[in-house]
Design a protein. Structure first.
Ligand code: ATP
Ligand code: MG
Length: 263
């Protein structure tokens, strides 16, 4: 079994990183692929969105990152759904961005964690915080690829150069595998010309990377996390669910061809 590790990253806030992580993972797991979600954002929205109370979480990703004696296997919640596991976060992770600065191998901590468990999973999705700090650098250093969510709005590409530079820096110095695996357009509203123009512009910027699937703006997607449900559980017939199912199919197909992509 080949394991694919993807960082879901964009330093811009509110673009759909967490929504995409949760729902892509839900459909990967539903397709029978063993999937681990890692919540690497102190906001812990992925943890709570999957129905795990982040305040009641004991040890979390923070302890595993800063304390080598805490093993990922002790902290991972196995089978929170069939084929789906979660390495949860809680608010203490805010301290990690600073504490990591003083630790050995500070950029490689996530990679060392994943080396211990990667063989247990087919897909590992890391939900990154909206910053390019050490947490995100740890995710990029551990990842095979980056999935970049972009919101269909006028300034979607603003700040993109910093993110692409960061990916390049990590590739040059820390992890020669990491690549931009895919760009997913979120909150698409087909009724506006602007959204269609943004899609055209992003297709020109990322002709190979853009996924065909557009994630529509869909209220059901924004409601689901408040019930601790994935969209598959909340409303499997909604346009949002159908879109994330299609995206999961694209990710599975593209991941199978990754070696040739990397060449
Ligand atoms: P942050 O940078 O703060 O971590 P994020 O990039 O993870 O944010 P999300 O939390 O996934 O973004 O989404 C931001 C907000 O937009 C949330 O309220 C979410 O429910 C909503 N949202 C995300 N995708 C959609 C969608 N396709 N349709 C409607 N609402 C959406
Ligand atoms: Mg988020």
């Amino acid at each position: 079994m080949t394991t694919r590790i993807f960082a879901i990253a964009n330093q811009k806030g509110g673009v759909g990183k967490t929504t995409s992580t949760i729902n892509l993972a839900a459909f990967l797991a539903n397709a029978g692929r063993k999937t681990l979600v890692i919540d690497l954002d102190p906001q812990s929205n992925t943890t709570t969105g999957l129905g795990v109370d982040s305040h009641a979480v004991g040890a979390s990703i923070y302890e595993v990152l800063v304390n080598e004696s805490v093993k990922p296997g002790d902290v991972i919640r196995k089978e929170i759904r069939p084929n789906l596991a979660l390495l949860p976060a809680k608010v203490d992770l805010y301290a990690a961005d600073i504490e990591l600065v003083y630790l050995d191998n500070r950029e490689y901590r996530m990679r060392h964690i994943l080396d211990q468990i990667r063989n247990d999973y087919e897909f590992i999705l890391i939900d990154c915080p909206p910053s390019l700090g050490l947490l995100t650098v740890n995710a990029l250093t551990a990842a095979d690829g980056v999935i970049l969510p972009l919101q269909c709005e006028y300034f979607a590409l603003e700040g993109m150069q910093q993110l692409l530079n960061t990916i390049r820096l990590v590739r040059d110095r820390l992890n020669n595998k990491v690549m931009l695996f895919g760009v997913v357009l979120t909150m698409f509203d087909s009724r506006t010309n602007l959204a269609t123009e943004v899609v055209t512009e992003i297709s020109q910027h990322f002709p190979k990377e853009k996924f065909d699937t557009l994630i529509p703006r869909n209220i059901r997607l924004s409601e689901a996390p408040s019930y601790g449900r994935t969209i598959l559980e909340h409303d499997p017939r909604s346009p949002g669910a159908l879109a994330y199912q299609k995206l999961a199919e694209e990710v599975i197909a593209r991941a199978a061809n990754m070696e040739s992509l990397n060449a």
